[in-house]
Design a protein around this ligand. Structure first.
Ligand SMILES: NC(=O)c1ccc[n+]([C@@H]2O[C@H](COP(=O)([O-])OP(=O)(O)OC[C@H]3O[C@@H](n4cnc5c(N)ncnc54)[C@H](O)[C@@H]3O)[C@@H](O)[C@H]2O)c1
Length: 348
């Protein structure tokens, strides 16, 4: 059967990722959402008309408000929301994008209950929480895209520094998607050689700092909008790993339940991706200073999630409680069983 990937909020990142994925000939593509009527349909038609030239067979369609075509998707990519402008932090996006993402997930879950969700919208790790809580999906099917992009940026700067092929660089980044991300030189190699043997530590620190600020560097250059070519490629990479059941290890924002000493939080870690989404979280040994940096990054995510919960206020606490009931009912329906009160469903 043909696979289907839906891109919800097909703006710069979503539409570019959709086109790149379509060219791989792996799945039919649905673009949905957008604040301007006809935008998704127009982009989809434009992409479809490129198919004879690119010689792929992916069917591409687009809709603004008609979500029916999302039904039965294998993957749903969520990149709807507002992008950063100069001087705006990812956290400034918190409340606006929370409401956008929550509303969209509520519409999609009833018709695409078996999909793997890939979240792109910022602030990334916090939006993953919104999707996990709103969908009631197991953690294996809610993943955030950030680490693939952050490692690609780290790899780009290392390749440029050493004047070697980007294919030689295998970069390793942990932690939340933000200024506290933790690029790990000890696990970063160039043709199998630890990068620490090739670049002096002070210069490596500068490269790490540039990686941490990789998003802002582009925002400041563009003036309007934020990066989307590399983010779109990162989304495509994750989709491809899932569609081909590659068992590929990629850094993703995943819901930790004790791994790396963190519980109940989305943080970037190496994840094995297969057809069902996250198949395994790979834990690596960390030196005390690396662990400290990782936990600091996790704490930044926790503060953001707590801020979001505070902003949610009483209404949201109420809806979270109701959401829990709804989630249990939905999951029980899928399992054909009765909801079990008190069982933390996200621990599946
Ligand atoms: N995780 C990452 O590494 C990463 C990288 C790049 C961008 N981002 C984030 O991804 C998001 C999208 O970035 P972009 O550059 O594609 O932005 P964009 O403005 O080009 O696209 C956003 C799209 O969302 C749509 N949208 C807004 N509100 C909507 C709603 N209520 N319902 C349906 N659609 C709606 C808009 O019409 C637009 O098409 C931003 O939050 C950005 O910060 C994350």
């Amino acid at each position: 059967m043909r696979k289907k990937v839906s891109f919800v909020g097909a703006g710069n990142v979503g539409a570019t990722a959709a086109l790149r994925l379509a060219e791989l000939d792996l799945a039919d593509i649905v673009l949905v959402g957008g604040v301007h009527e006809g935008m998704s349909a127009g982009k989809a038609l434009d992409m479809a008309e490129a198919a004879p030239l690119e010689k792929h067979h992916s069917r591409i369609s687009g809709y603004t408000n008609d979500f029916d075509e999302v039904a039965g998707s294998d993957i749903v990519v969520i990149s709807a929301g507002v992008a950063r402008r100069p001087g705006m932090s990812r956290d400034d996006l918190l409340t606006t994008n929370r409401d956008v993402v929550r509303g969209l997930v509520e519409r999609i879950v009833p018709i695409a209950g078996d999909a793997v969700f890939i979240i792109v919208t910022n602030p990334l790790d916090a939006m993953c929480h919104v999707v996990l809580e709103t969908s009631g999906f197991p953690r294996t099917r809610v993943l955030g895209m950030a680490g693939v992009l952050d490692s690609a940026r780290f790899a780009t700067f290392i390749a440029q520094e050493l004047n070697v092929s980007v294919e030689n660089v295998s970069a390793f980044v942990l932690g939340g998607h933000g200024d506290t991300m933790v690029p790990l030189p000890r696990y970063t190699c160039v043709a199998g050689i630890p990068v620490t043997q090739l670049i002096p530590s002070q210069r490596l620190e500068e490269i790490i700092e540039r990686t941490r600020n990789g998003g802002s560097e582009i925002v400041n250059l563009l003036k309007v909008g934020s990066a989307y070519y590399a983010p779109a490629c990162a989304v495509k990479e994750m989709c491809e790993a899932i569609l081909k059941d590659k068992k590929k290890i990629l850094p993703c924002s995943a819901y930790l339940q004790g791994e790396y000493g963190v519980d109940g939080l989305f943080v970037g870690v190496p994840v094995k991706l297969g057809s069902k989404g996250m198949e395994e979280i790979i834990e690596v040994d960390l030196l005390p200073q690396e662990r400290e940096a990782f936990l600091r990054s996790a704490q930044a995510v926790r503060s953001l999630v707590e801020a979001m919960r505070r902003l949610n206020g009483k209404d949201s606490l109420k809806s979270q409680a109701t959401g829990q009931d709804n989630r249990q009912a939905r999951q029980a329906k899928r399992r054909g069983s009765t909801p079990r009160p008190g069982v933390p469903l996200t621990r599946e």
